[in-house]
Ligand binder design. Structure first.
Ligand SMILES: [Zn+2]
Length: 476
């Protein structure tokens, strides 16, 4: 038998949490053709994986890679840590649809995708999907359409609930996006442009999710003092629509709330008995988003990740900037920041929760990004699984593959078995860890050897190969 690709002597961690086993893996036409002892087999490309883990390619459950896929299609921050699929369009922010275009300055937090606005050029969601299909990146993607983007495209003034006619227009745009391939709608109720939207507005805009089996994905209104009320709001939206919900980057922020994952996780688990709920988490006790005085006030330390008027302060501590440059927050805006606001005990408890997926929430266009952009997956496998023993390697892989594929309805991804798409990551379990840090965040991970997307090698010898086999994935 002759295959396109053959991986010999693999230690297979298959994405289901099953114990690892030894096998060869054969790939044909972008799919896994066989797994087992394939001694007589031959292939155009043969890889020896002796002593290495062979796992399904990782799925980044939470990204802001909407534009990165077009502007840097090698997707190095992601494939360098073994990621083969990214879920984009999170926190209410998507690049499309932009039927009215985008005025500069771009409304924060949409400016996380592109501060100048030139990339918000897709009048319809379909135009964006077609651009990705015509110029594919190295990774696959699953797309969400953002409620904040719909508001910005529909409403003149964002600080109030949408009028009936505006809700109807947003619903129409949501429906078009779902028809064009979006898997669901995301909200960022935490942020100013969406904060005035009452629960009822969200439900009415998201109505088309029901008949299309779409997902409701949310950066909740409050991840601090009122986190329980925000969880209940999320569950209510899911129930009223009859659709699954995904709680984005679950956390309890602010020192007054440290320890409260002991309240949130049991509540999530209880509600999961009566409705479908998923959640993701990044493995750090600092968050990152746009800079604001309110957020800095509740953080123990704030690092600036970018500043439009003062690019020279990127990477510096806000206190240092105040002292040495005599610059306050207002003078730095628009800007981004990293906020140290969570407790390590909560982060570990949420990561270890049986139902938690791994998502990076990386911000790829920041000058001095949070290290989660390049480090998330390697840190979970290295620091948390191998180093601290928070969970076995098989569980860590499941949280970034099989569990994620199931929650997002990616039927042929996330598990290594014949017939599945050949998204594969080969790594050294003893070596893998992040190299990125808060001081030097732009660093590829250690221990990732070969990354394969739809049967094509996209990362090898510590660099992208130039192959761009990514597909826009549908939910089934
Ligand atoms: Zn978010």
């Amino acid at each position: 038998m002759n295959y396109d690709l053959l991986i010999r002597n693999a230690t297979v961690v298959d994405g289901t949490r099953a114990p690892r086993y030894e096998a060869d893996i054969a790939v044909n036409n972008g799919r896994i053709a066989a797994i087992g002892r394939l001694e007589g087999a031959q292939a155009d490309v043969e890889l020896d994986a002796s002593g290495r883990i062979v796992a399904p390619g990782f799925i980044d459950a939470h990204t802001h890679d909407d534009r990165l896929m077009l502007s840097a299609p090698d997707m190095a921050p992601k494939v360098s840590q073994g990621v083969t699929t990214v879920v984009a369009g999170n926190c209410g922010c998507s690049l499309a649809p932009a039927p009215k275009g985008m005025r500069a300055p771009v409304t924060p937090p949409l400016d996380l995708l592109d501060d100048a606005g030139g990339w918000f050029r897709f009048a319809t969601f379909r135009d964006y999907v077609e651009e990705l299909a015509a110029h594919p990146p190295a990774t696959n993607c699953a797309l969400l359409v953002g409620h904040t983007m719909l508001r910005v495209q529909t409403m003149e003034h964002l600080g109030r609930p949408a009028a009936k006619s505006e809700v109807a227009r947003m619903r129409e745009l949501a429906e078009e996006a779902l028809e064009a391939g979006a898997l669901g709608v995301s909200t960022g109720l935490y942020y100013e442009p969406a904060n005035a939207a009452p629960t009822e507005e969200v439900v009415e805009v998201c109505r088309p999710l029901a008949k299309r089996n779409g997902l409701y994905v949310t950066h909740m209104r409050d991840e601090g003092d009122n986190v329980l009320a925000s969880l209940e709001e999320t569950f209510r939206i899911g129930r009223e629509l009859g659709v699954p919900v995904v709680i984005s980057h679950h956390k309890v922020a602010g020192s007054a709330n440290h320890g409260r994952s002991e309240e949130t996780l049991p509540l999530i688990e209880a509600r999961m008995k009566s409705q479908p709920i998923a959640l993701d988490c990044y493995p750090y006790c600092a968050s990152s988003t746009i800079l604001s005085a309110g957020r800095a006030a509740v953080a123990t330390k704030t690092l600036v990740t970018w500043s439009r008027p003062h690019p020279e302060v990127a990477g510096m501590d806000l206190e240092e900037i105040r002292r040495d440059f005599k610059l306050g927050i207002d003078q730095l805006l628009p800007a981004g920041a990293i906020y140290f606001s969570m407790s390590e005990a909560d982060v570990q408890r949420i990561l270890a929760f049986e139902h938690t997926m791994i998502g990076s929430d990386g911000l790829p266009h920041d000058a001095a990004p949070h290290p989660r952009l390049w480090g998330t997956f390697a840190r979970v496998l290295g620091h948390y699984a191998r180093g601290l023993g928070l969970f076995p390697l098989e569980t860590a892989v499941y949280k970034m593959t099989g569990l994620t594929a199931r929650n997002f309805g990616l039927a042929d991804r996330g598990v290594l078995k014949p017939g599945m798409a050949a998204d594969i990551t080969i790594f050294d379990a003893g070596e893998i860890d992040e190299r990125s840090s808060f001081a030097a965040p732009i660093q590829p991970a250690k221990g990732i050897e070969i990354v394969i997307v739809n049967g094509a090698i996209v990362w090898r010898d510590g660099k992208p190969t130039g192959a761009r086999p990514g597909q826009v994935l549908k939910r089934s």
